[in-house]
Design a protein. Structure first.
Length: 277
């Protein structure tokens, strides 16, 4: 076991680390897929990673997609993505990606009887549907009475903020162990998880984080995402201040109430909003 201090730990919610780990460790990937898809590892005979990449090209990019695309058993496409920041049109995006994979299978002499299913899996550190929270859910097109139209398009969502809501079957499936591995905040936490696939992932994490160059790449990606989040939050605050300022100018709010809603002092709000006092 390689020894690390806590400062060397970065969780698997870092999408660059996530991609590195599961493209380098076939056993970890097999363990993860078997749990997510609720199938036996022995049923996974072949996994081809479709999007290996040169990581140096994505370190500073906040928007580069680092999903994991695999072709399993030569008969199923699986896309897995770690998503920790809110994306306004996430469902539209995943539908677009999945449908593109469907369309890419079709060519001039294609036999529709050989169309392979596409499974889009989102591992999220927030609730995709705040009004309908679930720890783990799977979706396929159905009619209003619940009858399935096709199983060729499937969408799975794991909500890492809802681990406590896992059912007994989901616990037995191993989903909770993997969810805890993704959210672990120290080597001690992740190494304490008694799951063979998680232990394989942890070994590869340790190898990556023991490499100074790759460790710096992981941290640069993390910093880039923090910078992106800061910019987005600032833009949202500016929009909120602008809306509140308009309400003040229209006489619909007092500046005191507007400042309170913006969580600022009256002076700070007036300065940011360009309102003379």
């Amino acid at each position: 076991m390689i020894e690390f201090d806590e400062t060397a730990y970065v969780s698997l919610t870092n999408d660059l680390l996530f991609h590195m780990v599961f493209t380098r460790n076939a056993e970890a990937l097999k363990g993860l897929l078997s749990v997510l898809l609720n199938i036996s590892e022995s049923d996974i005979l072949r996994i081809e990673v479709l999007n290996p990449m040169q990581y140096s090209d994505v370190i500073d990019s906040k928007l580069t997609v680092l999903d994991l695309k695999v072709h399993m058993n030569d008969n199923t496409f699986v896309h897995v993505e770690m998503q920790v920041r809110r994306f306004k049109y996430w469902t539209n995006r995943t539908v677009g990606y999945a449908c593109r994979q469907i369309a890419d299978q079709i060519h001039a002499d294609f036999d529709y009887g050989k169309l392979e299913p596409v499974i889009q899996i989102s591992i999220m550190d927030y609730s995709l549907f705040p009004e309908h929270k679930r720890f783990f859910a799977d979706y396929i097109p159905r009619d209003k009475e619940g009858y399935a139209y096709t199983d060729k398009l499937q969408f799975y969502v794991m909500d890492l903020t809802q681990i406590s809501e896992a059912t007994e079957n989901q616990k037995k499936q191993g989903l909770v162990e993997w969810a805890k591995a993704f959210r672990a905040s120290s080597w001690e936490e992740v190494n304490d998880i008694d799951n063979s696939g998680v232990k394989e992932a942890a070994k590869t994490m340790q190898l990556i984080m023991s490499n100074p160059t790759e460790r710096e790449m992981i941290r640069m990606r993390q910093d880039a995402q923090i910078d992106w989040k800061t910019v987005v939050n600032s833009e949202r605050l500016d929009e909120r201040i602008s809306t509140l300022a308009d309400l003040v100018r229209d006489g619909l709010l007092t500046i005191d109430v507007a400042a309170e809603r913006a969580k600022m002092t009256v002076h700070e709000f007036a300065v940011r909003a360009g309102i003379k006092m």
